[in-house]
Write a protein of this length. Structure first.
Length: 240
């Protein structure tokens, strides 16, 4: 059985992912941004899940989560936490997963939540507001995190790193009229996090409902990956 951290697991896809992994017998670490949100996870913690709390808009809080998990034998991280709009887009959707990736070198499987919206993202970093002083572009943030997944796959050959488009599903973020299947929306990330299927052990992919697809051309552009990693390292003071 594996030990998996699922970020942003107080509701939606993160909650469904954590619940399914726990039900399958895996050890799970759940995450909420504050104690009020953590109350929603009592059903999982009562069943044995561990809990970490920290607001991903606060880099010191992200570092605190990494410190709290130092020495914990994590097998996988599902970078699920995300926001759709507002100033928190870049801090939550790309800076936090980058920092956790840099600060938690142990996990051998990494799954990053992407989106079909990443195809509308722009591979331009010069005017990106990483600190969230103004609203950020969701599409750009998802392009960046998809490229991060590919960069980790390239630079850490002993790590299985992939990005997943869960589809437009009826969560709080997606809205009640979203057309995709909520159940299918979380199965791929679980599969990539714990399965021994040969396909699940491949790295550097962009997946939709367990089918590997071709992402935005910039995702596998190594020069863009390197620029992104340099920008995030300079911004956070932490190199991958």
């Amino acid at each position: 059985m594996s030990r998996v951290l699922v970020t942003g697991s107080a509701d939606g896809l993160g909650l469904a992912t954590a619940d399914a992994l726990l039900s399958a017998g895996h050890e799970v670490v759940v995450h909420a941004r504050n104690p009020q949100r953590a109350a929603a996870l009592k059903g999982l913690t009562d069943r044995g899940a561990d809990l970490v709390v920290g607001d991903f808009t606060d880099r010191d809080a992200v570092r605190g989560i990494a410190a709290a998990l130092d020495g914990t034998a994590l097998d996988a991280v599902v970078h699920n936490a995300g926001v759709w709009s507002g100033p928190a887009v870049m801090p939550v959707n790309i800076v936090a997963p980058y920092l956790l990736t840099a600060l938690l070198p142990g996990p051998r499987r990494l799954v990053y939540l992407s989106s079909g919206s990443h195809f509308s993202g722009r591979p331009a970093l010069e005017r990106t507001d990483w600190q969230g002083r103004k609203p950020g572009s969701y599409a750009d943030s998802k392009l960046f995190v998809t490229a991060l997944a590919a960069a980790v796959a390239r630079l850490r050959p002993d790590v299985v790193s992939n990005a997943v488009d869960p589809g437009w599903v009826p969560t709080k973020m997606g809205g009640p009229s979203a057309p995709d299947d909520l159940e299918l929306g979380h199965r791929t990330q679980e599969w990539l996090a714990v399965s021994d299927d040969p396909e699940a052990l491949t790295s550097g992919g962009y997946w939709y409902h367990r089918e590997r697809r071709e992402p935005h051309a910039a995702v596998h552009d190594e020069a863009f990956q390197d620029r992104l990693l340099r920008a995030l390292a300079e911004e956070t003071g932490t190199a991958l």
